[in-house]
Design a protein around this ligand. Sequence first.
Ligand SMILES: Cc1cc2nc3c(=O)[nH]c(=O)nc-3n(C[C@H](O)[C@H](O)[C@H](O)COP(=O)(O)O)c2cc1C
Length: 491
Amino acid sequence: MAIRDLRDWIERVDELGELTRIAGADPDVDVGGLTDLYQWDMGNPALLFDGMPGYRPGHRILSNVLTSLPRLALTLNLDVAHSKRAFVDALRNQLATLRPIPATVVDDGPVMANRQSGDAVDLTRFPAPRWHPRDGGQFLGTGDIVVMRDPDGGWVNAGTYRVQVQGPRTVTIYISAGKQGQLIQEKYWKRGEACPVVVCVGMDPLLLLQGGYEVEAGVSEFDTAGGIRGESVPVIHGPLTGLPFPASAELALEGEMPPGETLPEGPFGEWAGYYASGQRPAPVMHVKNVFFRDDPIILGCLPGKPPNDNTFFRSPMRGAVLWNDLERSGIPGITGAWSHEAGGGRLFNVISIRQMYPGHAKQVGMAAASARAGAYANRWVVVVDEDIDPTDSNEVIWALCTRTDVVRDIDVMRRAWSSILDPMAYQGDGPGWFNDRLIIDACRPYDRRATFPAVARVTAEEATDLRHRWPILFGPDGKALSEARSANRGS
Ligand SMILES: Cc1cc2nc3c(=O)[nH]c(=O)nc-3n(C[C@H](O)[C@H](O)[C@H](O)COP(=O)(O)O)c2cc1C
C-alpha cells in the first residue's frame, strides 16, 4: 500500500526494524549531535525524538531519515536493490518513465486540526534544533519543502531550503542564487510585491526527496511525488496564499516574503561539511498562519560533513538524474552514474560509458559538468569505462590511476555555477559566486582500446563458471561470497 504521510512512513520503517525512539534529548545539544553520530554510516536506524525538555510531550523530531537502502527504496516505491549500482539503474528507469499525477485539492485534512493566526502565531512552541554546535540559531526547516507559485507561468515549485527561526512569527529562508525558489522570489520582488510562501515541515519523505533535487522548472514536485507514489497527493490550498500543502502534513507555515526585507542568517553546518557561508542577510518570511496536526513531528534532514543524511540519498538521485539528463541531450552509451557521498552528492560525479567514438568520453564529461543535475557546485567529473562500477571508489580511483593521461585527459572549466556554501568558491565582480572544476577522462584511450593491457582478474563468465563448479565455496546456487560484487568487477 502507498505511503501517504510521515506517520505511515514511520510505521513502515518501524516494521522494518529501522526506527529508534529516544526520550529526553535536548534539541539545543543532543538532537543534532546524536543525529550527526548516527548518520556517518549508511544503515543506522532513523531516530524519533520525543519528550524534549522545554517542549510538550508528543511534539517530536524525526532525523537520520534516508540513510539506508531499504528506507530509500520504501520511500521511492522501489524494490530494495542488492547494490548501489542496481539501485541507480532502477531509479533512473523510474524517473525516465515517470508520469506525474496532478495533486488533488481537498478542503480539509489532519494538518488543519490546529491553527494559529496573526498575533497568536508562536513558532517557539515547536522543537527547532540547533543542529550543529556552531549554528547561529534554531532551524525549524531542514527536511522541509518551501512552496511558491511562479508568477509568470503559474506553476508551483516546492524546494527544500533551510529555514531559521528568527522570532515567534518570523523566519528566514536561505536559497542559493539560481535555484527555482530564488528565481521565483526575485520575480515578485522585481515587481515590488511580497512573495507568497508556504513552508511545510513534516510530510512523507518522498516529498523531501522531490524538493531536494532538480525537478525541472514548470513541473510541480507534488505531481512528480504523485507519479512515484502511484496516486495523487491530496493538498489543501492555504487561505492566505492559495498555495498547496499536503493535507496530512505535520506542520505548515503560511505567509509572505516582503520585497528586500532581510535578517542576518546562519552560520549553519552545510552539506559541503563547513560553516562556509557564515552569517549574511537572507530573505525574511512573516508567518501569518500556522496549521499543525495533533502532536506534530518535525522532519529533520541534517547536512554537515559528508557523508550524511542528504548525501546518502543525493548520491543515487544525482546519479539517476544525471544519467537521464545526458541521455535526453542525445548522448549515447551511458551505462552508469554516481555522485560520491563524500562530495556531498554534488562535488564528485562519476559517469561510466561504453565508448562508441573518438571524443565520446570528453563530450560526456563536459556535458555532465553543465547538465541540469550536474551544473551547480560541482568540482570533479570523472568519466570511466563501463567495466568500472561508478559507485565503487576503489574502482574509480583505480581507473584514475591507470587510464588517465594527466596532460591530455584533464580539463579545467572556469567560472562555473557555485555558491558561497562551497568553501573554495570565489566571488565575482557582482554578488555572484563561481567555482572552477575538473573534467577527467579516466577511460582507456579510445585509440588504444584494442592494444590496452588486459585486466588481471577473472572475467564475469569465468567467475560464474567457478561459482557453479565450486559449491563448497559458493553454496548450491553459486551465490555466496558476494556474487553481485564479483559480477560487477568482471571485465
Ligand atoms: C536537506 C536539504 C537541505 C537543503 N537546503 C538547501 C538550502 O538551504 N538552500 C538551497 O538553496 N538549497 C538547499 N538544498 C538543495 C535544494 O533543495 C536543491 O538544490 C533543489 O533542487 C532545490 O529545488 P529547486 O530546484 O526547485 O530550486 C537542500 C537540499 C536538501 C536535501
